[in-house]
Design a protein around this ligand. Structure first.
Ligand code: ACO
Length: 308
């Protein structure tokens, strides 16, 4: 049995904060942010919208797109580092908000690689036949842990959610291979101490290397070649990091998803948000081989090759 995504949706808050808006409140410039990161604006959730609300909006649509109802879910997994509170989990809140049955629900913490970890966890339950439909959500309200006095990090992040229903799909489709990994020795370069603390240069070096390596590894594990890849969905942290992965795969610019300019880095939400946008734009089509790859605090990483 193969597992894959049968329905996917995103939610991004309405409030747009441009680089020009940030120039007014901190010592930065649109030019610096754009050339160093590719970010032009980001969406930030209002105070009365928490992580579970964004998760709910994305999840509701994903379930509908899958042609299911919440009652069909057998498990709820939420990848986030910004839950409403440490417990109860966002997954449990979602179980209630969605009106799902009293199924297994848990949050999963792997920072920006969280959605990759979530999809692959779901795959195990589907392919063993234990469950039929697993909801996987990547969601962050990073604005609540952003240090707005630290220009090194404040300009990078945004809020948003992406949700997918993972179920069995026809043979040859869905997830073809994956790689998940961690290196705790790099934890000191990116962590939360009330607010986000980051050594940008160290994270950058790690990300450039790992994004490329993991992308190549999942292609090989799937028994494919670089030229078989139709589309790359990299974690949207920084355009220069994304470009490094694209170059390793020898893909043309138009074969890589780029949403970082609109949303900034939304951590666990960035890959599903980008995948939804590419599907809606028709750039990811039925039968395409898609590589998704992410990295994050931990340090963590995760990549998946799938046939859409
Ligand atoms: N506006 C203007 N100047 C700034 C800003 C800003 N917003 N931020 C930093 N600077 C200045 C610094 O003060 C420093 O000045 P100095 O040289 O006089 O001390 C200089 O710009 C920094 O320059 P660099 O270190 O050369 O910047 P770099 O090219 O490394 O880019 C960046 C910094 C964008 C943070 C980069 O290192 C990066 O993207 N790193 C990866 C970050 C990342 O992806 N984090 C997310 C991980 S995923 C997760 O789990 C959340």
């Amino acid at each position: 049995m193969s597992a894959g995504i049968i329905g996917i949706a995103r939610y991004t808050p309405d409030r747009t904060v441009t680089n020009a808006d940030l120039e007014k409140v901190m010592d930065t410039s649109d030019e610096w942010i754009r050339t160093r990161t590719g970010i032009e604006e980001r969406r930030l959730a209002d105070d009365d919208m928490d992580t579970s609300d964004m998760a709910y909006y994305a999840a509701e649509k994903a379930i509908e797109n899958a042609g299911l109802t919440a009652e069909d879910l057998d498990m709820i997994l939420v990848a986030t580092v910004t839950p409403d509170q440490p417990f109860p989990t966002v997954a449990c809140m979602l179980q209630e908000k969605l009106g799902a049955r009293k199924v297994a629900a848990m949050d999963l913490s792997a920072a920006c690689a969280g959605f990759m970890y979530g999809l692959i966890t779901a795959q195990q339950f589907i392919e063993t036949g234990a469950y039929k439909n697993v909801l996987v959500v990547g969601v962050e309200k990073l604005s609540k842990i952003t240090d707005w006095d630290d220009r090194n990090t404040a300009v990078l992040f945004g809020d948003g959610a992406g949700a997918a229903v993972v179920s069995s799909v026809s043979e040859g489709k869905g997830f073809l291979s994956f790689e998940l990994g961690s290196d705790g020795s790099g934890g000191k370069h990116l962590y939360q101490d009330e607010k986000i603390v980051m050594n940008g240069r160290e994270v950058f070096k790690f990300a450039v290397r790992q994004m490329g390596e993991s992308s190549v590894n999942v292609i090989e594990k799937a028994g494919l070649k670089k030229e078989d890849v139709d589309f790359l969905i990299p974690h949207q942290a920084n355009i220069r990091i994304m470009e490094a992965a694209r170059e390793r795969l020898e893909l043309p610019v138009e074969k890589m998803s780029k949403t970082v300019h609109k949303y900034g880095n939304t951590s666990a939400a960035s890959i599903p948000i980008s995948l939804v946008e590419e599907i809606e734009a028709g750039t990811v089509k039925d039968g395409d081989v898609v590589v998704m790859v992410g990295f994050g605090g931990g340090l963590t990483w995760g990549a998946i090759a799938m046939r859409w």
